[in-house]
Design a protein around this ligand. Sequence first.
Ligand SMILES: O=C(O)C1=C[C@@H](OP(=O)(O)O)[C@@H](O)[C@H](O)C1
Ligand SMILES: C=C(OP(=O)(O)O)C(=O)O
Length: 478
Amino acid sequence: MNATMQAHNPWRAPLAGRPLDATVVIPGSKSLSNRYLILAALGGRPVTLVGLLRSRDTELMMGALESFGVRCEPDAAEPTTVRVVPPADGRFRGGTDVYCGLAGTVMRFVPGLAMFADGPVRFDGDAQAYARPMGPVLDGLEQLGARIEYHGEPGRLPFTITPPASAAPPDGGTGAGPATVSIDASGSSQFISGLLLIGSRLPGGLRLVHTGERLPSLPHVRMTVDDLRRAGVRAEADEAARRWSVHPGAVQLPDTVVIEPDLSNAAPFLGAAMIAGGSVSVPHWPRRTTQPGGLLPGILQRMGARITWNAMAWDGDGPAVGTGDAAGDAATAANAPDAGTLTVTGDGAIHGLGRFDLSAAGEIAPSIAALAALADSPTQLVGIAHLRGHETNRLAALVAEIRRIGAQADELEDGIAIAPAPRGRLHGATMETYADHRMATFAAMIGLAVPDVDVVDVQTTSKTIPDFVGMWTAMLGE
Ligand SMILES: O=C(O)C1=C[C@@H](OP(=O)(O)O)[C@@H](O)[C@H](O)C1
Ligand SMILES: C=C(OP(=O)(O)O)C(=O)O
């Protein structure tokens, strides 16, 4: 079915007929995949990425890198293994076009690479991407000496970046000291990550100051710092002062990097166990992670789920090795593998969260909102004003779709208030998805409990999941 037919033929979300008993293998993390692709491109020798996400956002990233002269070579037998070969002279090709689609990680991370191109680079994306904020990351590049020409609205796609002659920032060009850049990243953590990723390639390194009141998605900034360190870069964070610094030097990932599953994309599947009852297991769940999806087990537990990791109970922060024998517990913890199987078990009862700050993990808000709409008490998700600049205005979209099925929801200044109705009072509807992958998985979750839910353009899930419908129906045993 092509995209036009999809739009006219919504997908009937399957109702869960019985409790679940499924294991779901989740593809690689979008955020880690696109960071490692960039760090590999900035290196001096090839890197093999194992478990790379192959979906629209990572294809767009690889397309962008290839237009700069980087080679991305998927393994013929295993396409999620990709060898990234940076240009021999370390210089990116300019005079080229980058298409960002609707991918925040492409539109906010790739402009920094244009600093090292040998000519101007023009950036464009989906019409809907023109609404996403871009200004602060581009202001940051201007502070580093780039020239930005906006072809539409200032601070938005499309635009052209002309790099400085030597990627030498005006105030740090001699390499004597770091360039200092001040930006307001309250609209997206990706503005910070996009600048930190290139900091070590600037002659004197980079000192970055966030001037705004709020900083969303802090785990994603920590992920960037962690990944830079993995690539041998000295990076420091003073989160209290909202300052980061990256020392100048080479970027080189290990020869092989294994990518964790996308824990945020696990949310609809794990949440399904709570809605339908029964269990859903996700293998390869890391014991420790920088992904914000690492907060999911704790949140789902609070909403009433029973959680285990490798058959050990979850204590809110991680696997509890609670046998009561302290010495034995310490030994078990030390010997625990780096990854194990996370299992969520539910009985259909879901508790609201009350007032809950989700600023650390805004990208899982749609999945939590689906659970909240089916819960037995209200939830207010706060700290997520910046969701208005995600793939769509997610606060408005969630309010519209929750009301459409007969529950109550209202936009707050920095979030959404959800007042569930008893499940029997909810009713089916054709649910809009606004070209937003997470609004499609939100609708699929609702459809597990509410009959006759049709999902418009379910294919939009391919932004970060290559075969959502196949995975969902397999989970349901259909
Ligand atoms: O750096 C990243 O990989 C991401 C950061 C977050 O962006 P925001 O800070 O704009 O929410 C997140 O929502 C997005 O899905 C991925
Ligand atoms: C906000 C998201 O994506 P992006 O990387 O496009 O910002 C998301 O995946 O929820």
